[in-house]
Design a protein around this ligand. Structure first.
Ligand code: AMP
Ligand code: MG
Length: 412
């Protein structure tokens, strides 16, 4: 039965409307390791040069290049320069300083000859306490010398807002002496299950009751995509109780509210009534399967997504609509799906003009990926998702496909 007041939207139209309502959140300062995978909210400027001084790129000898323009060249080793200290000697003509990687180049030297291009020589006719070496390869000025600031210059803008921080950016922040950094904060996502028949996982279900799977699937998805899930528990199918749950979500300073159940016509459209009474309602029916009914609205300035109760529908709708919203709130500007193309192992018959998301297992074969349906595709069959590696997307206008046809598969 199709309600006249519920326009049937495509997945794209529904997502567009949700994203138009969802705003990027404010920045917060966090320790740099907590910033991994998050979106930078400040400009990061270098406070000093990296490296701070010219230093050696190799273990070897700091020399004057002019002395080793012709080889072999015999040099006297006058000192040793370890990393982390300034060696106060000056390298004069005919001399060299033994130097370690990263150690500042001593005054007078302008090149480093690696150990492997030298040999230690003993001069028995004139024994001394000093070591003598012979440089065996010609060495140009600047060879194996890292210039001050060659990595990062003092005052340089190293990272700009909007950047997604990966391990290398975290390391750069540390190198710049930053212990904290401003990133967009994570959204708090309140999750409310509804249904007279639904009990928390720790309760023993009575006759006809089932345990609440949706709150946990959705909480796990929210966490995976960087949000902070707040599980509010189960509200019974009464408008006042669902209203009370929504108010609790607002009191918990939720940035997004996700409910499950109570959006289908058979459920008296409870979530729809609550949205109408407490805020602004934009209730839709989607041209997809599973997950036709989806409620969306705003209560107390906070967007609310009302998922269908069926566990498969709830998870898929969360992937399609809640994931992009949660990522946008954290400052991401794109949320591409990990996807691939695969050949169907089974034919698909009798479609109904909706976009179908079929649960499939993926197998890599000699000629690409093969997708096999994971049995019963009913929207209540949670185990079909447990067995699945992906969702095969069958477009609206395709009503049958032979085995072997190529399809798009979203990895889950
Ligand atoms: P509804 O959308 O409320 O009509 O629910 C559709 C189906 O999903 C019914 O079979 C419910 O029992 C089931 N369901 C609703 N909420 C949950 C939940 N939190 N966990 C598991 N199944 C649920
Ligand atoms: Mg229900």
């Amino acid at each position: 039965m199709q309600d006249e007041r519920r326009p049937v939207l495509s997945v794209e139209e529904a997502l567009e409307r949700i994203l138009a309502t969802v705003r990027v959140l404010e920045p917060e300062r966090v320790p740099i390791l907590e910033a991994l995978g998050r979106v930078l909210a400040e400009e990061v400027v270098a406070d000093r040069n990296i490296p701070p001084l010219p230093n050696s790129a190799m273990d070897g000898y700091a020399v004057r290049a002019a002395d080793v323009a012709r080889v072999p060249a015999r040099l006297r080793v006058i000192a040793e320069a370890p990393a982390g200290r300034l060696c106060p000697v000056e390298v004069g003509p005919g001399s060299a300083v033994r130097i370690m990687t990263g150690a500042p180049i001593p005054a007078g030297a302008d090149a480093v000859v690696p150990f492997e291009h030298t040999r230690v020589v003993q001069d028995s006719s004139c024994p001394t306490a000093d070591e003598w070496i012979e440089v065996l390869r010609e060495t140009r000025p600047g060879a194996n010398v890292r210039e001050a600031g060659e990595d990062v210059r003092a005052g340089q803008v190293v990272l700009t807002p909007g950047r997604v921080l990966r391990p290398q950016e975290i390391g750069m922040l540390a190198a710049l002496g930053r212990t904290e950094v401003a990133v967009i904060r994570r959204p708090r996502v309140a999750i409310l299950a509804t249904g007279d028949e639904v009990v928390p996982p720790w309760e023993t279900p009575g006759p006809g009751q089932i345990r609440d799977a949706n709150s946990y699937t959705v909480a796990a998805q929210v966490r995976r995509y960087g949000g902070i899930p707040l599980i509010l528990g189960v509200a019974r199918d009464e408008e006042t109780l669902i209203r009370e749950g929504v108010r609790r979500a607002l009191a918990e300073r939720a940035d997004l509210i996700v409910t499950s159940g109570g959006v289908s016509i058979g459920d008296f459209d409870l979530v729809k009534q609550v949205l109408a009474a407490e805020g602004e309602m934009r209730f839709w029916s989607l041209n997809m399967k599973p997950g036709r009914p989806l409620a969306f609205g705003v209560v107390g300035g906070v967007p609310l997504v009302g998922l269908p109760g069926n566990p498969v529908s709830a998870m898929i709708a969360t992937e399609l609509f809640v994931r992009p919203a949660v990522l946008k709130m954290q400052g991401f500007t794109e949320w591409p799906w990990p996807e691939l193309r695969a050949r169907l192992a089974d034919p698909i018959v009798r479609k109904d003009g909706r976009r179908h998301y079929l649960r499939v297992r993926l197998r890599e074969t000699a000629d690409g990926w093969e997708a096999t349906l994971t049995g019963d595709q009913g929207s209540g069959i949670l185990s079909s998702l447990v067995q699945a590696d992906g969702l095969a997307v069958i477009p609206e206008d395709v009503d049958h496909l032979p085995a072997g046809a190529e399809v798009r598969v979203l990895r889950i």
